[in-house]
Design a protein around this ligand. Structure first.
Ligand code: ARG
Length: 459
């Protein structure tokens, strides 16, 4: 039979397949708390403005709390024929309190209702993401603090470039994560306007007070254009974009962990808690959590592209296409939170192999730049010439199968007569990192300054 909520002009009910494609209750039930919160604020406002009697508003407010507890204790009868969470809640309210339930939808449409519910949900996720990111920042900070002066190779092109400190590398992720957190908080601030009261699209002839509902729901103000209010999903796109960038950062560190934990690198040991074994190869300890984190960006970015594609061709205002916004955001949010938690655990539990890092830092001619700088500073060579002399020395060492510090002084003087024995001081990696004291550089003192700054900022 025809739908109880909107079936007045219908003689027949929907086809079963229509119901299957049309219903969103299977996923938008996750909005129940926001839906009930929004409805309670709306009912209170209707009473305050005299649109609804206090008695009816009270019955509605109380009844909604009953419905809420039914949902939370698992006793709520979700019905697919009622399409979505909004109509499921309202229909149940009618069963609980009777006739006044039908007055709740005065001066409201599902279009502004879903817009406010979804904003409330995404707003919470911005807060949750910011918190999850802070926890991960703390884990990186702890690693940085433990190894502020441990030397390791810094890479470009995944080729040894210059020695850096472990602390410096960890703090690079703290910077990335801080920007990620900022993106979620910026998005939150921008989305914090209340669309409730836009009604279907044009506003309403009832004397509603949109400032009152906006305030009751923790928004800064009501949205200023009713058409925009019911058709805007940029708040969801901003969340997804911020999530994608954050997941990309997680994926980059995940990739480093996969490389670093290999038998060829042995830079870090991942704990048993974040690795798995092989059913055939007894020696294996696979970095599965890191690999999955690397893959998570795929689905989060996929969700972002999916929603952009849904939205890009929609004429104003609401179209049912927009119902497809929620599954994308839910999936992206779930996987981002899971990824942040997993990365936090993995970072907290990993052990850097200090000796291996130091050995790797000293190999691959990592202090060639220090040698070139010495030639400039001590012998007054133009940098280009110093670069050439150093390159010749690297080729010499490579030919002998040794590293730069293993060359003899006479080897070196054969390439440039002015080289003195004190050149060997700058060929050591400890001195190399200590010398890079420019602001933001890898010198342990500089790294410790950054650690202190971030610890204070997060306290
Ligand atoms: N379930 C719908 C959604 O998620 C609610 C809005 C329905 N509005 C409408 N005009 N059919 O988008």
């Amino acid at each position: 039979q025809a739908n109880a909520m909107w079936g007045g002009r219908f003689a027949d009910g929907p086809d079963a397949i229509m119901q299957a494609i049309n219903a969103s209750i299977g996923f938008d039930r996750r909005l129940y708390a926001q839906d009930i919160r929004g409805s309670r604020a709306h009912a209170a406002m209707l009473a305050a403005t005299g649109i609804l009697s206090n008695k009816d508003a009270e019955a509605i407010g109380e009844g909604l709390l009953t419905v809420l507890s039914e949902i939370e204790t698992g006793g709520f009868p979700f019905r697919v024929e009622l399409e979505d969470i909004h109509m499921n809640v309202e229909a149940r309210l009618k069963e609980v309190i009777g006739e006044p339930a039908g007055r709740l939808h005065t001066a409201r449409s599902r279009n502004d209702q879903v817009a406010v519910d979804f904003r409330l949900w995404v707003r919470d996720q911005c807060d949750a993401a910011a918190q999850g990111i802070e926890a991960l920042m703390r884990a990186f900070l702890a690693q940085a603090e433990a190894g502020a002066d441990w030397v390791m190779p810094g890479f470009t092109h995944l080729q040894t470039a210059q020695p850096v400190t472990w602390g410096h590398h960890m703090m690079a992720y703290v910077e990335m994560l801080a920007r990620d957190r900022g993106r979620f908080l910026d998005a939150r601030a921008r989305m914090n306007e209340c669309p409730l009261g836009a009604a279907a699209l044009a506003g309403t002839s009832f004397p509603i007070d949109r400032h009152m509902t906006a305030e009751a729901l923790g928004f800064d103000r009501p949205t200023a254009n009713s058409l925009d209010s019911v058709s805007d999903r940029d708040f969801a796109l901003e969340f997804l974009s911020a999530a994608s960038i954050c997941a990309m950062h997680l994926s980059r560190f995940a990739e480093e962990l996969v490389i670093w934990s290999s038998a060829q690198f042995r830079f870090v040991r991942l704990s048993d808690k974040w690795t798995t074994g092989s059913s055939i190869m007894p020696q294996k300890k696979n970095p599965d959590a890191a690999e999955l984190l690397r893959a998570k960006l795929g689905r989060i970015l996929g969700a972002t592209v999916a929603l952009f594609t849904v939205m890009k061709g929609l004429a104003l205002t609401y179209s049912k296409d927009m119902q497809e916004d929620k599954e994308q955001v839910f999936d992206a949010a779930d996987n981002l939170m899971l990824g942040l938690a997993a990365m936090t655990g993995m970072v907290a539990d990993m052990t850097a192999n200090r000796a291996v890092l130091a050995e790797a830092a000293a190999s691959g001619f990592s202090t060639a730049t220090d040698l070139a700088d010495w030639l400039v500073r001590e012998l007054g060579l133009p940098f280009r010439e110093a670069h050439h002399v150093t390159g010749t020395l690297v080729a010499l060492a490579e030919g002998k199968g040794c590293d730069l510090p293993d060359l003899t002084l006479s080897d070196m003087q054969g390439v440039h007569a002015g080289i003195r024995a004190d050149v060997f001081d700058v060929l050591g990696v400890e001195n190399s990192v200590r010398s890079r004291r420019s602001y933001g550089g890898t010198a342990p003192d500089r790294v410790r300054e950054q650690i202190a700054r971030w610890k204070a900022a997060l306290a």
